[in-house]
Design a protein. Structure first.
Length: 296
């Protein structure tokens, strides 16, 4: 199975149609390379704030409100691209306003039949909390696809082991991570989180990222990180756990995944971290006790 992970250069579209045309071209390119699963990055929808001019895009609450009105068009665009090219497409994330007036950072997984599933970000960063208008999601999901069962961890969520563990225990064979980071430290945290989740659960973790400078946007000003596929270091897999990693320039990272072979390594590898997980949950080990130094 071929996958395509975006290292997406943030643009400054003047019209929604300009943005849509760029998406259509990018998806067509990935489809032409034979990709069956595409992942776009977190906060991709906030590129659309540029449509509304400086008075809106320089103000986070106003930009969220303006972009929210484009949700039907956004959803229709990506659902149609998945249907047209007969592939699965994670449409980055969209800050969607809910009935309580607050926004959920929501990833859409679009299927080849045009249907759409949703996963909200569960843990907010300090920046998101400080915005005071974004709320965490409340439901962790897995999704059945023709490519296998998948889970989504949105950026910061990948740094918490229990989300991915619950998804793995629910049968997820792939973990998809749309991400957006503005510092090298942030990119490193996501990378380390992804590699840890791949090791703990012995499954591939696919990360897509934003790229480039966008000085017009307080949300997308600086973008770091690299699109990558992380796996457990084991028989027949890279010793450093990096199956593929994009270079410094924006574009698609294409990678071939043999999910069945990786599941076999999970069962027959040098170590069985996923199977041995419960060993650390022994009741007598759940509370750390102060140890004593004893003279020899």
């Amino acid at each position: 199975m071929k996958v395509a992970l975006a290292q997406w250069q943030i643009g400054s579209p003047a019209r929604f149609d300009d943005f849509a045309a760029r998406v259509e071209e990018a998806v067509a390119q990935a489809a032409a390379h034979g990709a069956r699963l595409l992942v776009l990055p977190e906060y991709l929808a906030m590129e659309l704030a540029h449509l509304f001019g400086p008075a809106v895009y320089a103000d986070v609450p106003r930009s969220l409100e303006a972009v929210d009105a484009l949700y039907p068009a956004w959803r229709a665009l990506f659902a149609e691209q998945a249907r047209r090219h007969a592939l699965y497409l994670v449409a980055g994330t969209f800050l969607k306003r809910e009935a309580d007036g607050r926004y959920r950072n929501r990833a859409l997984l679009c299927a080849p039949d045009g249907t759409v599933a949703e996963q909200d970000k569960l843990c907010l960063t300090g920046y998101e909390k400080d915005a005071a208008v974004i709320a965490p999601g409340e439901v962790l999901r897995v999704f059945d696809t023709e490519l296998g069962r998948v889970g989504i961890n949105i950026c910061y969520d990948s740094e918490f082991p229990l989300y991915a563990r619950a998804q793995a225990e629910a049968g997820a064979a792939l973990l998809l991570v749309p991400s957006c980071t503005d510092t090298e430290a942030g990119a490193s945290r996501v990378r380390i989180g992804c590699q840890a989740r791949a090791l703990e659960n012995q499954l591939p973790v696919l990360c897509a990222v934003t790229a480039g400078e966008s000085d017009w946007s307080p949300l997308l000003d600086t973008n770091t990180g690299r699109a990558a596929v992380y796996v457990q270091p084991d028989h027949g897999l890279p010793a450093d756990g990096v199956l593929a990693r994009h270079g410094e320039h924006p574009g698609w990272l294409f990678a071939e995944l043999d999910v069945a072979a990786m599941r076999a390594v999970r069962a027959e590898g040098q170590v069985g971290v996923a199977a041995d997980w419960d060993g650390q949950l022994r009741p007598d080990l759940l509370r750390a006790r102060r140890g004593a130094f004893v003279a020899p």
